[in-house]
Each structure stands twice: as C-alpha cells, then as structure tokens.
Design a protein. Structure first.
Length: 462
C-alpha cells in the first residue's frame, strides 16, 4: 500500500513514511492510493473477531511495510491500557446501540487511535534512530489523549495547543496535570480554529518542519483515521449478531470530520453502512455543507459540547478529494479559494453526491441537554453532551428500517457541568479522575501568534 497527498504533490510513499510525515509536504493530507475492497464473506469473518485481532487484520491492509509481529505487539500494548475487555463495547439502550469509545486512559474516543499512534511513533523513531517533535491543536479530547499516548516515550517531545478557557475543566486538567518532561501544554489566547491555523501554518513551512522534525498526532495523521476505521467494523459485527440485520446506520457526533470520515472509509471498503449521520452542534459548517452545500465560515460559539466548537474541519479536505474525483489540482484550488473567501461552492451534482454519502443535523444546546435528561429518565444511562448530539440526530434522521449505532465519544464525567444542568447531579467519576484537581499542573499561556509558537518550539524541541 502506497500513499498520496490530496493536493497531488506527494505520492508513492510507504505507510511508515506517511505516519512520520503527518501533513504532506505539499500541504495536503495523506490518503492510500487505493482503498481495499472486502467481500461479504470477508466482512462476516472479520465481524467474529475480538477487537485486537480485528484491529490487526484491518490495519494490516494499509501497513504492508510494518512487520506482522511488530504490529501485533503494538496493538496488544495499545489496547492493554483500556479498562473494558471488549475495548469498545456496544450497549443497547432505549432503541439505540451505543458504541462506547471512552474506556481508554483519558475517557474519550481519541484514545482508541492515539494509544496506537504513540506506540507506533516510538517504534518507528527507535528503528530509524530519529527524534520527533509532535505539534498539535485540540478542542479538548485530542490533546489529553495525545499526551497520554506520548508521555514518557523515547525520542519524542509533544507540544499541544488548546484554546484558553474554552475546553471543559476536566479536559484541561487531563492535559495540564501531565508533567512529564517531554510534554508541553500551551494555552492559546483564542479559539480552537486559531490554534489549528497556527499548527497548519507551521507545518506548511517545510524547511522549518524538517529542521525541527515536526510530526502530527491529530487527525491530520492518516494513522489516526485508520485506527478509527476498526471500531466501525467491530460495532457492525456486534449489532449484526444481535439483530440479524445486514445493514446499520451510524450516527456520529463530529466537528473535525475525522471520526465520520473513518466511517466513510469503512463504507468504501464494503462495510454495509446504510446511512452515515453527521451530528453537530450550533457550530454547524458540516451540517450546512451536507444539507445545503454551504461550506462557509461562521463565528465559533460556545456550547455544552465544546469538542465540536469548530468551524474549520481538518479532515474535510480528505472527503473533498473524493468529491472532486481525486483531482489534486482541483483540491489545491478549492483550499486556496477557501483561505481567500471563507467559503466553497458546489454544483448540484456534487451536492447530490454528498447527500448520498451523508445525512446531517445540527443540534443546539437546549436540545442537547434535553436529550441527556430524557434519556436518563428512561434508562438511567448518562450521555455525555457530544454523544447526546449523536443520539438526537440518529433518532431524528434514521428511518427505522435497520439498527442505529450512536458513537459515544466521551465519558460523561468529562463534562460534569453540562450533565449537572441536564439531570441535576454530577455524573459518577471513574477512578482515573479522582483527585485530579489537586495534582501539580504545568501550562504556559501564549498569544494566538504563529511566530510566538515557532519561537517556543525552537527553545524546547528535542
């Protein structure tokens, strides 16, 4: 399997090189040159596997230059940190199947990919006798999961930018209470989109990127998306065995388009997903795109689901590549137009194609809290606010002909304020959060300025 850039300037690179490159050197995002196609028999066989073996089989299709024994060891080490034996269990509550993705070290779906990616980075860097400086921006969960995956690893420093005061208190503490010497937390005086723009601008300077061996741990990195493809196959297998249905719908709360893009890849591989339901909050650039062809910047507003308080979706460019018939020049022009004008235009034919791939709904804050409240009253199950957005969208848009799987992207204890507003009490804290407020913290405030971040990197890079 070889990899190419969405912008056409990079092609023919190996999986190992794609992982270490992160953002392509031409500014695009890396994708496999071909997507494996699985038969119904292949999918039936995969659906019976335990999670680690399933992960090995799926990832192997894309990582041909990684020795099988090494890949198995990396997977076993990565998912050995999860607290549930099924890794990503599926539970049935009030007519929907909830795929619980929050049993990793930081209680969020990002752990599924970032525990693997952290171990993969360390393996590749030791193999090549290289060092790396990870640079990433987070709206909340990516930062803590990335830090948990990288802390204490050999040959790597990690620099995470988060928007000052705009993550949940628990999300911030999960980052800032990690004081390992290879971890650097930077609170940016701006929004997530400001932080993400700084990261992309720095990565766009190829000479600087190479000089300081910068690597990407957020969903810019293809390995992140690949690891998330696995749990779509896992959930399908569990629900298919329970119901006998040959198709399922997936409802996916998403702000950065990475999680639902993993589902799109699974579908292209042949997984019988009938509908991919894109669920978002008031920061609804993605929902407007799917429903009306309106991909235009709005103003970021704060909501009870802060990890989706995003207006510029990093992974949208990967889908755009397929929407524009895999034409790298067209993608390059489209992204230049978006930087200049803050919007993209799509033909009626393209809009029809998007609506074949996705349904979408924007769920506001009051609807989110009402969903948490009603679901709890019926089932005693506590949804986090992002999962509640997915449950609401799934119920409103799924046709009822087949089961609906809602991705539970975080443990409710990470968003205690929202849960308290909805059900009148705090969610139960898992052991990993006990006493987190009392731990030592390390974080530096920094202006939303690219040069300031570059200077900090220069001073602290390994």
């Amino acid at each position: 399997m070889r990899y190419q850039s969405t912008r056409g300037g990079v092609s023919g690179i190996s999986f190992k090189d794609a992982v270490l490159m992160g953002l392509a050197d031409d500014g695009g995002l890396l994708l496999p040159e071909t997507i494996p196609s699985l038969s119904e028999g292949d999918i039936d066989a995969l659906s019976r596997l335990a999670y680690p073996e399933l992960a090995f089989q799926i990832i192997s299709l894309y990582a041909g230059d990684l020795p099988s024994a090494a890949l198995k060891t990396l997977i076993e080490r990565s998912y050995g940190t999860f607290t549930h034996p099924d890794i990503t269990p599926v539970v049935h509550e009030d007519g929907v199947y909830i795929l619980e993705l929050f049993h990793g070290p930081t209680l969020a779906f990002k752990d599924v990919a970032l525990q693997f990616l952290g171990n993969l980075f360390e393996y590749l860097l030791i193999e090549r006798n290289q060092k790396m400086n990870i640079l990433g921006a987070t709206s909340g969960d990516t930062g803590s999961a990335a830090i948990a995956g990288i802390r204490g690893k050999k040959n790597i420093n990690i620099f995470i930018l988060h928007p000052q005061g705009k993550t949940s208190p628990i999300q911030e503490l999960q980052m800032t209470t990690v004081t390992d010497p290879n971890v650097f937390n930077l609170a940016v005086e701006g929004t997530f989109d400001d932080a993400q723009a700084i990261v992309k601008e720095i990565f766009g300077d190829v000479a600087f990127k190479n000089q300081y061996a910068l690597g990407a741990v957020n969903s810019i990195n293809w390995a992140r998306v690949l690891a998330q493809v696995v749990y779509y196959f896992y959930a399908f297998g569990r629900v298919q065995r329970l119901t006998g249905c040959r198709e399922v719908d997936f409802s996916v709360p998403t702000g950065n388009f990475g999680d639902i893009f993993a589902g799109y890849i699974a579908r292209r591989m042949g997984l019988p997903i009938r509908r991919l339901i894109l669920a978002t909050n008031e920061n609804n650039i993605l929902a407007r795109f799917v429903r009306h062809g309106d991909y235009s910047l709005g103003t970021v507003v704060s909501t009870p689901s802060p990890s989706m308080d995003i207006q510029i979706a990093s992974n949208f460019e990967r889908y755009l590549f397929y929407l524009l018939d895999e034409d790298g020049a067209a993608v390059t022009q489209a992204m230049a137009d978006f930087r200049t004008h803050g919007r993209l235009h799509f033909s009626d034919t393209q809009q029809a194609k998007v609506r074949e791939d996705f349904l979408a709904l924007s769920v506001d804050g009051e609807q989110t809290l009402a969903t948490i409240r009603a679901f709890h009253e019926l089932t005693s199950y506590v949804l986090d606010p992002h999962t509640a957005v997915g449950v609401r969208a799934g119920r409103d848009l799924a046709g009822g002909e087949c089961p609906v799987v809602c991705l539970a992207t975080a443990h409710p204890a990470k968003f205690g304020d929202a849960v308290r507003r909805a059900i009148g009490r705090d969610p139960q804290r898992p052991p990993s959060l006990e006493g987190i407020e009392d731990k030592p913290k390390r974080c530096e405030n920094i202006p939303a300025d690219t040069q300031a971040v570059r200077d900090y990197l220069i001073q602290n890079a390994c």
